[in-house]
Design a binder for this molecule. Sequence first.
Ligand code: ADP
Ligand code: MG
Length: 728
Amino acid sequence: MPKARFEALGNTGNTGITEIEETVKRSELFAKLVFNDEKMLRFLTDEAYSKVKSAIFSGSKIDRKIADQVAEGMKAWALSMGATHYTHWFQPLTGATAEKHDAFFDLLPDGRAMEKFGGGQLVQQEPDASSFPSGGLRNTFEARGYTAWDPTSPAFIYKTTLCIPTIFVSYTGEALDNKAPLLRALNAVDEAATGVAQYFDKNVRKVNATLGWEQEYFLVDKALAQSRPDILITGRTLLGTAPAKGQQLDDHYFGVIPPRVLGFMSDLEKQCTQLGIPVKTRHNEVAPNQYELAPVFEEANLSVDHNLLLMDVMDEVASKHGFSVLFHEKPFAGINGSGKHNNWSLATDTGVNLLSPGKTPMKNLQFLTFFVNTIKAVDTYEELLRSSIASAGNDHRLGANEAPPAIISIFIGQQLANVLDELEGVSKGKLSPEEKTELKLNVVGKIPEILVDNTDRNRTSPFAFTGNKFEIRGVGSGMNCAKPMTVLNTIVAKQLNDFKKEVDALIEKKKLKKDEAVFNVLREYIKTSRRIRFDGDGYSNEWAEEARRRKLSNNQNTPEALQILMAKDTIDLFEEIEVLSEAELKARQEVELEAYALHIQIEGRILGEMVYNHIIPAAIAYQNVLLENVNGLKEVYGAAHKNITEAQLNIIEKIGGHINTAKKLTDAMVEARKSANGMATASRKAQAYCTKVKPYFEDIRVACDKLEKLVADEKWPFTKYRELLFSK
Ligand code: ADP
Ligand code: MG
């Protein structure tokens, strides 16, 4: 057996830290490492405290004097916790997080040493922007970029570093990250939703978008994972035959969590809890070695930060327990990939979930307003929403007969569909008193009862209403949730603004009562957004056909899905809601297309190496063993050898055939890569990688997997699926 694989197999197993000790209650650990309200009260002056609070609530500016005071307090707390460094923690367009640590330690001109951290360092830092993707923004604008403090997400200590969540922008203010547009979108949806919520309750001053993600992931023994070049470099297996047992027994989902995994989870949860990530649920997922973790939901910006932090912490803790954690959307062929459902809702500062039906008809009319407006927004901008979850990894799920389809549709369940049908039937203009009573008591008033029974869930739907929130199911497991959250909150903000204009016009010009006006507009929306609602099987061919008739988009891959970013409607939308300028949008499209092409390019290179340098040599080595055997048998048995060498010769020939196929296809793939690299624009390059290079991967895999089935196990150069998926 090749040395690497042999050693890897010998290295699996317990790392000695599986025992679970829980001596401290989670609630006592919670947010120990976060500069939250409690710490601010202790470490900030009253003035600084109230300025930070109002910045969080209303986005008001924090001046330099106050920033100095906040920095002083933060430093005192961080030093008391043993921190030695600080960093601005940000989200460049790579999709991951970035940080550059500076020590608090400083030397004064007279040689004395001290710990220094002032408002200047808190508010702004200048990482070298040229090392991050900018999609051409750097050429058009200033070369430099800077990070700026986001007071709405509290600073925290990770290991010995004080991390300050920040946005990352160019000197002229263009967003170079995923957080700045998210904050703009959240601000827009706050304003829009507050305006509409005030129809129903004058006391509402603020509306927060809420997000609760559910993170799926695979855990693979670290030594085994690292023995495979494909997992090591691309995060997924490019080759490998399915094991005799896959997920067909359905025995993993919610099954008993193996001890080493439980040790990892418990360690992870402890760390998350201290970092203020409110982790709550853990369980086995459908595929072998696949798991899920979900927190209590939070305000969306904080929740996005927490998800990114979680992914970093998971990597570290997994490694400590001898695991590699795989966030790739499709690490293994033939078994389920991983996603990250984004549960989303809107919550008022008066403590009301706007997507939760209430106890009175008025509360329910409020619910219906936000419910129908969300449906309408998704209907208008379905293709844009699809683009926000596009990535090379996620292409293996969306549109590839797994997880939700690439067609965006909404599932609301039969009972709510009935309610919408009844509302749609309401007459236009003024309502008679009888009609109003009927509507309020028997339609709107009935909703809470209905929802209690509404337990049917459609797991194939990409955008589902689940009782008191919507759930975007197509988000990839490795993605930054900021992208879909930016789009969703932007389109809902736009929709609510339009809604308010229409309702106000009916009240003023047609002299309708407020509730009549609301009914009238909702009725129109229900009618015009019908096509987006679909309760059937999202995976079926009939649905693809039907969706085409309904003129819903069905973009099967990332380069296609990203085209919509430069459509006029998209540019208008983002400019009107002030989330992204045309230049920023263009830059984002460019960055994503480049990332896509690079991704496929790297996969192609690794696949080439695996075929040329590992598989073909291993297959030839085994052929030689067989040949030697055949020659020996011939020598001993002479003419009588035929019967006893037939099988060997047959295997030699078969191996020869597959080597030939693998080699030819890989040669052709390398050629296709070369010509893709010659494409002039990012878009054409991405298209070429998608349609000319990637299609070879599957065929190369087939030939290699056939070889895996023929070549002696001890000669096979790669850790097999069986070993990756079933080692505990
Ligand atoms: P499931 O969808 O698996 O049945 P739950 O309904 O309990 O599970 O919730 C799943 C996720 O939805 C959790 O991460 C939770 O935090 C989140 N969630 C629940 N309510 C809201 C809400 N109002 N806004 C955003 N996320 C929410
Ligand atoms: Mg869910």
